[in-house]
Design a protein around this ligand. Structure first.
Ligand code: PLP
Ligand code: COI
Length: 341
C-alpha cells in the first residue's frame, strides 16, 4: 500500500480529511449493521438532540506504525469500555465495546495510507463519537443516534513536541462534584473553551483545574491528566471522581511499576504540595507525555527542577518506554496492542 504524499514531520494537531469513515445508526431501539463510507458530511435535524442539548460523547485513540512495519492501535477495548460509560451517563444507547473495536479496526485499515510511517513523529488520530440525531425540543434524550469513527494524521498536540510547557492555575472550573468530569462528553470541552482561549491570550499553554468544591486539589487540564514525580523518584497521579480516567495514565502507572521498578501511586494531590515535586507532565492520547516546566498561580511561579528545556529524567524514561511499547520496540503487556495489519 502506497502512503499518501504528506509532510508527516511537519503535521500539527489538526484535521486532515481521510478517505473513509465508519457510520452506524440507532433507530427503533437498535443499531444497524454499520459500515464504511466516503461521505464526510453529516445530515441531521435542525432540532437534533446534539445541537440543542449537547447530547454527544467521544473517544480519542491513535494508530501507529511499528518498527517492523505493522499498523497497531493501543488498548482499544479500554476506549470502548469508557465510551459505554460515557453514553450511559448521558442516557444514550450503548454502542457495544466489541462493535466499537471492530469499527475502529475497519476505519484504520481503510485509511492505512494515512497511517504515518515509523519514525516520522506523527500518528493517525482516531476519533469515535456518537450523538443524538433526531429532533428533541423538550429536555429529554433523543431516540435516534449516530455512531461514527473518523481518522486524521496528527503531529504533536503542543507545538514544540517534547519541550516543557507553561500552564496556569485556572479560576474557571471544569467539572462539578457528582457531575460529568469522569466521562468524555463534548459538554466538558465546550465549557473549557473560554478558559483555554483566555489562557493562550495570557501566554499559557494550558489550564490546571482544581477541584471545584474546595479548590485545594489538583484535577487535570482540559485534555490530559497530570503525572508528578517526587524528589525521591516516586510517580504520583491525582485521584478524583471528576477527572477522566485516562488510559495513558493507567498504562503509565503499570509501566512505572512493572517496567521501570518505580513506586507509583494514585492519590489525592493537594495544590500546596505541587511545589515539592521534581517533575510534572501531562498525559493522554493526544498529549502522550508533555512535560510541564512551570505552573503559574496568580503570578506566583512554581518552576520544576527539570527546567524549561528538557523533560525530567523519570518523565523521559516513562515516555520512552510507553512510546517504545506503542511502536513495537519494547515488548507490550499481553493485550495492549491490537494489530490491524
Ligand atoms: N483528560 C481529558 C480531559 C482528556 O480529554 C483526555 C484525552 O483523552 C485525557 C484526560 C487523557 O485520556 P487518555 O489517556 O485515555 O487519552
Ligand atoms: C485525546 O487525548 O484523545 C483527547 O481527546 C484530548 C483532546 C483534547 C484532543
Amino acid at each position: 500500500m502506497e502512503k499518501k504524499n504528506i509532510d508527516w514531520g511537519n503535521l500539527g494537531f489538526g484535521y486532515v480529511k481521510t478517505d473513509y469513515r465508519y457510520v452506524s445508526n440507532y433507530k427503533d431501539g437498535k443499531w444497524d449493521e454499520g459500515g464504511l463510507t466516503t461521505d464526510d458530511m453529516v445530515t441531521i435535524s435542525e432540532c437534533a438532540g446534539v445541537l440543542q442539548y449537547a447530547q454527544t460523547v467521544f473517544e480519542g485513540m491513535k494508530a501507529y506504525t511499528t518498527e517492523d512495519g505493522h499498523i497497531v492501535t493501543f488498548r482499544p477495548d479500554l476506549n470502548g469500555e469508557r465510551m459505554e460509560h460515557s453514553a450511559a451517563r448521558l442516557e444514550m444507547p450503548v454502542f457495544p465495546k466489541d462493535r466499537f473495536v471492530d469499527a475502529v479496526v475497519q476505519t484504520i485499515k481503510a485509511n492505512a495510507a494515512y497511517v504515518p510511517p515509523y519514525g516520522s513523529g506523527a500518528t493517525l488520530y482516531v476519533r469515535p463519537y456518537m450523538f443524538g440525531s433526531d429532533a428533541v425540543i423538550g429536555v429529554k434524550p433523543a431516540s435516534e443516534y449516530q455512531f461514527r469513527v473518523f481518522t486524521t494524521p496528527v503531529g504533536p498536540y503542543f507545538k514544540g513536541g517534547a519541550k516543557p510547557i507553561t500552564i496556569r492555575v485556572s479560576d474557571f472550573d471544569r467539572a462539578a462534584p457528582n457531575g460529568t468530569g469522569h466521562i468524555k462528553a463534548g459538554l466538558n470541552y465546550a465549557m473549557s473553551l473560554h478558559a483555554i482561549v483566555d489562557a493562550h491570550k495570557n501566554g499559557f499553554d494550558e489550564n490546571m483545574y482544581l477541584d471545584s468544591k474546595t479548590r485545594t486539589k489538583v484535577e487535570e487540564t482540559g485534555g490530559a491528566n497530570f503525572l508528578f514525580v517526587t524528589k525521591d523518584g516516586k510517580v504520583v497521579t491525582p485521584k478524583s471522581d471528576s477527572i477522566l480516567p485516562s488510559i495513558t495514565r493507567r498504562s503509565l502507572i503499570y509501566v512505572a511499576k512493572e517496567y521501570l521498578g518505580l513506586e507509583a501511586e494514585e492519590r489525592e494531590v493537594y495544590f500546596d504540595e505541587v511545589k515539592d515535586f521534581a517533575e510534572c507532565g501531562l498525559c493522554g492520547t493526544a498529549a502522550v507525555i508533555s512535560p510541564v516546566g512551570k505552573i503559574v498561580d496568580h503570578g506566583k511561579e512554581i518552576c520544576f527542577p527539570s527546567g524549561m528545556n528538557e523533560m525530567g529524567p523519570i518523565t523521559k524514561k516513562l515516555y520512552e518506554t510507553l512510546t517504545g511499547i506503542q511502536m513495537g520496540r519494547i515488548q507490550a503487556p499481553e493485550g495492549w496492542l491490537k494489530v490491524i495489519e
